[in-house]
Every structure is written in C-alpha cells, then in structure tokens.
Design a protein around this ligand. Structure first.
Ligand code: AMP
Length: 434
C-alpha cells in the first residue's frame, strides 16, 4: 500500500528551539538511588532525579536489567506506564559515549516521535550522546544538518526515514539497537511494509525491542522475523480504564448530537476536555461549530500540517485552548497532564481505542470523566466496548434536553440489538487511516 505523501511545511523544523544539554558540562555527583540499583550509571540516575523520578515503575524495574544485558524484548506495556524510560535509560547506558548512529526508534506518529525524542534528550542530558529526530510534514533542512553532524540516537517516523535513506543522508548499517514502538498502531496505519524495509536495512546482529498492545498474526510474523529469543515483558494489558475515570454513555439520535454536546459542555465544570471524532472532516466541523459558540479550540488530526498539530497540542497543554478536538491519532500514547474530561463525540470503531481515548483523563491519580454519545448506529460498538472491558457502562439522560424519541430509549429494542450484537468484531477489519 502506498501512502499519500504528507503536505510539507517547509518553514518549520522543530518545536523546540533551546538546547537541552547544559552549555557547560556539569559535574555529576556520585549517585545511590533505586535507578543505580537497577544497574544504571550516575549521569542517568542524576538526569531522572532532576526530572522528579524517585521509584522505577513496574515496567522499568522489569525491562531495564534485561535491556542492559543486551537481550531482545517483546513488551505489551502502554505509553503512560513509564515505558519510554524503560527502554531509553538502558539504551543510553549501553551506547556510552558519542560515536555513530547506533540506535533507531521507530514511532507511528510524529507526536509520539517528538515525545520520545524529547525524553531521550532529557535522559541523555549529562552524556555526550547526540539525539535527533526525522519525521514527515516539515522541511528537510534541519534534519539533514543534524544527520550530517552525526547522531547516536535517532527517533523517526517510517516514511521520512526512508526518504533520508534513499537520499543517502544517513545509513542504518551501524545500528546496534532497534526499537519498534506501538507496532500495532503502525499496522493500523499501513506502515508495516515500510517498517519491514527499514528493519531489513539494519544489521542482523543487533538488539531489538518490540512494543505492541496486541499481537495479531501479521505482527507475530514480524516479531519472529525481527526478534531473536525475546524476553516477554507484560504490564497487565490495560483492558479497563483507570479507576479514577467515571464514564457514561449518552444515548442520542444523530441529528441531536451537537446540541447534546453543547449542553454537556455548558453543564460541566471542566478544566480541559478532549473531544474525539471518528473522521478528520468530522473533527474540523465540530471544532468550527464550537469556536462559533465561543470556545477556544485546538484541532489535532492527520490532515493538519505539522506546525498546526504542534500548535494545537501545545496550546491545549498550556491552557490556551480549553477544548482539543481530535481523531484517534491523539488517543494513544500522548502524555497530556490534567485532562479533566474526554468526550467521545463518535463511538470508537474498536473497543481498545475506547480505553486509550479515555486513558487521556484520570492520569496520575487525577480524576476524570468520560462521556460517550451513542446513536442507534453505535449500539453494537458500544456493546463491544462493554464486553471488552467486562463492565456495563451507565446510560445517562440529561434532564430538560428535548430528546427526539428513538428505539435507543426503548429497553426492549435495546435488548434485541444487544442480542444481535453478540458476535465480536475482529480488530483486523477496522479502517486504516485516522
Ligand atoms: P511514558 O509511559 O514513557 O510516556 O511515561 C509517562 C509519564 O510518566 C511521563 O511523563 C514520564 O516522564 C513519567 N515517568 C516515567 N517514569 C517515571 C518514574 N519512574 N517516576 C515518575 N514519573 C515517571
């Protein structure tokens, strides 16, 4: 499958303008922490201390010693569990000092690639290792300069990396450590042929770390080809959302969805809310209507150029936008603190995405609410979400809303629809582009 080439914003390189490394080398003190106890050196323990990490998370405790020993890993942990540090810290330790491009991390989306690159920069702050990123939708200038200057660690999205390889701007022949992150997402997005080509350009003798939430046959095949005797690291698959999230389904006929959304927003005391839509056009339409209603709104989906995507995400993180309207590109992995509400304007096509979407709220002990609009067409998907999580979600009606009657509100009809929906939908048959 050939992907569309993204629109390129030539005047934009990278959202970060300042260097993370200290201008003058810092004397790293002798460290004795839970991170040095895992086998990490002082510069890394010092860097994570500066970032406020005190105790390793379960995946860090499990994975760091394995990665340090040089073994392959197949991990099912999600972003949000401390996964990035679990692989980044031992990788940095293994690389030691500046040399050639020896570590490649492939990510499915530009946002994740940027997030991971930033984390690597911070962890490697007190080393001389060089970290950079190549990703699509932006100019080639800075990326080419960075590659020519020499890097040790490269975070990348597949398409742009292949462009650089074809142009001879870098080579993977010295890659010792390959990280394939969110591989199931790469499968969904149609990146698997690109990923295979990239893996094929890395030396066979290398360490490979492979992260995925699910292992459908295509990925099992890829894993058995790319990995050598891997150790499994599993941090309980996140079937149920955090207990700090209260969730509810709001039945409504399709023509009243936007009115109900407005009412929900006006009745809710929210700090920041992400509204998920199924399609890019749908997201634009909702954002436009909300802006018309006086809300400050950021929009994040794959048709927007990179500057717009970063501006939307940063604006939302800093509070300039109270609402972020997004497609599922934002559902997975992004580390956004303090989201008080998630509203699913459209029910996600697959149950797993529901858990990812509502995982954007209720993070790190904060409480959150997740509202989902359910139309007649969505009843089946709503049921499969409940089946997947093993809980039933409360159906709510808002007093005073002029509901148009539909079979949605008829208990008997609902029970019949539920029986018809008993057949599970395969996760392999879902749409590819978000
Ligand atoms: P990740 O799963 O890598 O996206 O990490 C999720 C968030 O947890 C990020 O903001 C990390 O900086 C943070 N984090 C990761 N490990 C730790 C730790 N051991 N202690 C405190 N925070 C952490």
């Amino acid at each position: 499958m050939r992907r569309e080439r993204p629109q390129i914003d030539k005047d934009f390189d990278h959202p970060r303008t300042a260097d993370i490394k200290p201008a003058v080398p810092v004397n790293v003190p002798k460290m004795d922490t839970a991170f040095t106890a895992l086998g990490l050196g002082d510069p890394l323990a010092f860097a994570v201390q500066e970032m406020g990490y005190v105790t390793p998370t379960p995946i860090q405790a499990q994975a760091i010693p394995v990665v340090l020993k040089g073994g392959d890993v197949i991990g099912s942990a999600q972003t949000g569990t401390g996964k990035t540090a679990a692989f980044a810290l031992p990788i940095i330790q293994r690389l030691g000092t500046h040399g050639r491009l020896r570590c490649l991390i492939l990510e499915p989306t530009r946002e994740l690639a940027l997030q991971v690159e930033e984390a690597f920069q911070k962890f490697a702050k007190f080393t001389d290792l060089r970290v950079t990123i190549v990703y699509g939708g932006v100019g080639y200038g800075k990326q080419m300069e960075d590659l020519r200057r020499g890097v040790d660690i490269l975070a990348a999205t597949p398409g742009r990396l292949l462009d650089h390889l074809e142009q001879g701007n870098c080579t993977l022949e010295n890659v010792d450590i390959l990280v394939l992150d969110e591989v199931d997402r790469m499968l969904d997005m149609g990146f698997l042929p690109d990923v295979r080509r990239i893996v094929g350009k890395c030396p066979k003798a290398r360490q490979t770390l492979f992260f995925t939430a699910t292992l459908p046959p295509e990925l099992e095949q890829l894993a058995s080809w790319a990995l050598n005797n891997p150790v499994k690291v599993e941090i309980g698959r996140q079937r149920s959302p955090a207990e700090t999230v209260a969730h509810a389904f709001y039945p409504v006929v399709a023509t009243q969805k936007f009115d109900l959304l407005q009412l929900l927003l006006s009745q809710t005391d929210f700090k920041s809310v992400i509204i998920f839509c199924r399609t890019r056009m749908g997201a634009d339409r909702i954002a436009h209507r909300l802006q018309g209603g006086g809300h400050t709104v950021g929009v994040l989906h794959s048709d927007r150029n990179q500057r717009e995507r970063i501006e939307a995400l940063e604006g939302f993180k800093t509070g300039r936008y109270e609402v972020l309207v997004a497609t599922d590109i934002a559902a997975r992995g992004l580390d956004i603190a303090g989201v008080s509400h998630v509203i699913n304007y459209d029910v996600p096509e697959n149950a797993e995405d529901y858990v990812h979407r509502i995982g954007r709220t209720g993070r790190a002990q904060n409480t959150g609410d997740a509202f989902t609009m359910v139309t007649e067409e969505d009843v089946r998907d709503a049921r499969s979400i409940e089946r997947y999580m093993g809980v039933s979600v409360e159906r709510k009606k808002i007093d005073g809303f002029p509901y148009i009657y539909s079979a949605l509100f008829d208990d008997k009809a609902l029970a019949e629809t539920a029986a018809a929906a008993a057949k599970p939908v395969s996760r392999l048959h879902r749409g590819a582009r978000r």
